[in-house]
Write a protein that binds this ligand. Structure first.
Ligand SMILES: *Cc1c(COP(=O)(O)O)cnc(C)c1O
Length: 433
């Protein structure tokens, strides 16, 4: 082995981390990384299963899973070995070419989403890119409306609280004013309507509507599920108007709720589904699935593309992830551990509401302590997330064990207490100014 090869083999994150402390790294971070994420909570160097370790050697139970991404936890042996062997065989080819893993993954996704004949897949590298593709798909649904008015279909409907990504098209679909306002004008025609309100949807969808975008459970908004009735009504309303029903399952798909798709229970066939986050088990990959022949031919040859999308490594990673989920009974684990967590959380002092399905869980506190809980959680060795001032989100690896869930449940009252004290003393200090 040459000196260069040896160096590369011995230079994973741990070797680069060397003997620097987390504080050293964060100082270098702030002078070299763009400030869009604020200060990172920790510098992580290593993971195994549902555990991660930081640069100072502290261990954490990861109850966020890289924001619903690390479906099989960290450094899953099977997924890791498939990625490594694919990379050592054929890593990238561009879309002038295809590869067996790309085709096999497309077939697998059509099978697990029960897509009808004529359905197709477009691969991207992230959730926002999958939604950009879906946005362009919606723009191509420009045909005359069923009642033959000549009005163009330019309206796209999304919900208040929606999160669909941060690039310009996906951002146009995202509701949050603070994300949108600095970047206007955004691609036009998007209307946001009240969450979960069937009558508002019925009133908004008309012959000029190209598509309705829905998250079956709004993740970033604090884990807010749409009802089965809402999803069914959305199918009926969009079908009648000739509008596409596009489900963003970037966060909820691939077993997160104990099913392949969170929308399964509604028994509806959407026109398109977007996936990403958990799909590659931590490797970046996204997908747009179009249902049926007509929708699948809306984007014609040359009308969309990507250099990296669907590359052999990403698609092998996703195939390995899907295979491991299937062969290791992971969906059953998600249902069992998820139900246990939700039932137990509902009984914790200070918790006012628990929402979600499987291992996508949101719970509300009786005060604005969520941000302080994230910090107190880290101190106690748990990674959790606060999508709102009094909301905590959990999206742990789908392989989380009951014993690990119980460790968190046992620590939770202490985390809430510490956060309450911290919040109170911060308020006192503020009042004293
Ligand atoms: C995270 C997320 C996205 C964006 O995905 P990225 O991979 O961050 O681009 C889109 N939609 C939903 C519902 C998400 O949760």
């Amino acid at each position: 082995m040459s000196a260069l090869e040896k160096e590369v083999v011995e230079t994973p994150a741990i070797a680069i981390a060397g003997h620097s402390t987390g504080a050293d790294w964060l100082a270098r971070y702030s002078s070299s990384l763009m400030g869009v994420f604020g200060t990172p909570q920790r510098v992580l160097v290593r993971g195994a299963g549902s555990l991660v370790w930081d640069a100072d050697g502290k261990e954490y139970l990861d109850l966020l899973g890289g924001i619903a991404v690390n479906a099989l936890g960290h450094a899953h042996p099977f997924v890791t070995s498939v990625i490594a062997s694919q990379l050592a065989t054929l890593g990238h080819v561009s879309n002038f070419f295809t590869s067996p893993t790309q085709i096999a993954l497309a077939e697998k996704l059509l099978a697990i989403t029960k897509a009808p004949a004529g359905s197709k897949v477009f691969f991207a590298n992230s959730g926002t890119e999958a939604n950009e593709a879906a946005f362009k798909l919606a723009r191509r649904n420009s045909g005359a409306s069923p009642d033959d008015t000549a009005k163009p279909r330019t309206k796209i409907i999304a919900l208040e609280g929606a999160f669909h990504g941060r690039t310009m098209g996906a951002l146009a679909l995202t509701a949050k004013e603070a994300y949108r306002a600095p970047f206007e004008p955004l691609p036009g025609g998007v209307v946001h309507i009240p969450f979960g309100d069937i009558e508002a949807l019925r009133a908004a969808v008309d012959e000029t509507t190209a598509a309705v975008f829905l998250e079956p459970i709004q993740g970033e908004a604090g884990v807010r599920p749409l009802s089965i009735e809402y999803l069914q009504a959305a199918r009926e309303i969009t079908s009648r108007a000739g509008a596409l029903l596009i489900l963003d399952e970037v966060q909820t798909g691939i077993g997160r709720t104990g099913k392949w798709l969170a929308s399964e229970d509604a028994g509806i066939a959407p026109d398109a589904v977007t996936l990403a986050k958990g799909l590659g088990g931590g490797f970046p990959v996204g997908a747009l699935i179009t249902f049926g022949e007509a929708t699948s031919s809306l984007l014609a040859a040359g009308q969309h593309g990507t250099t990296f999308g669907g590359n052999p490594v990403a698609t092998a990673a996703a195939l390995a992830t899907l295979h491991a989920i299937e062969s290791q009974g992971v969906l059953g684990n998600v249902l069992a551990v998820g139900a246990h967590l939700r039932d137990s959380l509902a009984a914790v002092d200070g918790v006012t509401e628990v929402r979600g399905e499987g291992l996508l869980i949101g719970f509300d506190l009786d005060a604005d302590v969520a941000a302080a809980m994230v910090t107190a959680g880290l101190d106690a060795g748990f990674i959790i997330n606060s999508p709102g001032p009094r909301t905590i989100r959990l999206a742990p690896p789908l392989i989380l064990t009951t014993e690990q869930a119980d460790r968190f449940l046992a620590a939770l009252p202490g985390i809430i207490n510490a956060a309450t004290l911290q919040t109170a003393s911060a308020q006192t200090a503020k009042d004293a100014q």
